[in-house]
Design a protein around this ligand. Structure first.
Ligand SMILES: [Zn+2]
Length: 231
């Protein structure tokens, strides 16, 4: 059974207690106002921020931006996410508390390379001579899925890329899924092939371009000429 949000003996943090408050006092589907929240947690100065952080754990809280039926100060508790008050729940869902075994599994799935720049641990950055060799880290991402659910997933990045990539700039699954819908069947098949081989094949036309660029000027002109004659 879940602990009470207002248990005076609780050792839970404010964020977990806000989750419990939503669960016990508001209930899924219902509307509340920020003033209710502040009244429930008068000791916390950052109660709004703590509540927003629940979204990283799959909690769906709509404002009037998502739900036109709401007034400016109202929120709707749409759906509960990870029960972060449970011991161990955060371990499964927080990068700060990911254990060594989970970290190794994430890095192994990413071939022990930074997914942003491709560097491996201990390698030198070619573009930053004299900089410290690369160190790999695991970052968490709140991912939205096609069915509307959100989950926390993990990704390998080098510390340099991790520092340079704000979470909101990270690629979004839904953008990729939408993008697939926009490209033609030939390009979809090409992408599927790259994914199967985990390698982007250089297209014949790109190989020809590279070779063309390395021809002397007169020979390049001959190629251009041939293309004009054979449309
Ligand atoms: Zn990197």
């Amino acid at each position: 059974m879940a602990p009470r949000w207002n248990d005076p003996n609780t050792k839970l943090g404010v964020r977990a207690r806000i989750a419990l408050w939503l669960h016990e006092e508001v209930g899924e589907g219902n509307v509340f106002v920020k003033a209710d929240l502040r009244e429930a947690f008068p000791e916390s100065e950052q109660v709004d921020r703590r509540m927003r952080e629940l979204r990283e754990h799959g909690w769906v809280l709509d404002t009037n931006k998502q739900d036109e039926g709401l007034r400016l100060n109202q929120l709707r508790f749409v759906k509960a996410g990870v029960p972060i008050w449970e011991p161990g729940a955060m371990k499964r869902n927080s990068s700060a508390q990911i254990n060594n075994k989970q970290r190794s599994a994430v890095m192994s799935a990413d071939d022990f390379m930074c997914t942003a720049c491709g560097i491996a641990a201990g390698e030198e950055y070619a573009e930053f001579p004299g900089a410290e060799p690369a160190q790999l880290a695991v970052s968490s991402r709140a991912m939205e899925h096609a069915d509307g659910s959100t989950s926390t997933e993990f990704i390998t990045e080098c510390k340099r890329c991790k520092a340079g990539t704000p979470a909101e700039d990270a690629p979004k699954l839904l953008h990729v899924l939408d993008g697939i819908e926009d490209v033609g069947p030939a390009e979809r098949e090409e992408l599927a092939q790259w994914i199967r081989r985990d390698h982007r094949l250089v297209r014949r036309v790109e190989q020809l371009w590279t070779q063309y660029r390395r021809l002397p000027a007169d020979s390049r002109a001959e190629v251009a000429d041939r293309l004009r004659k054979q449309p």
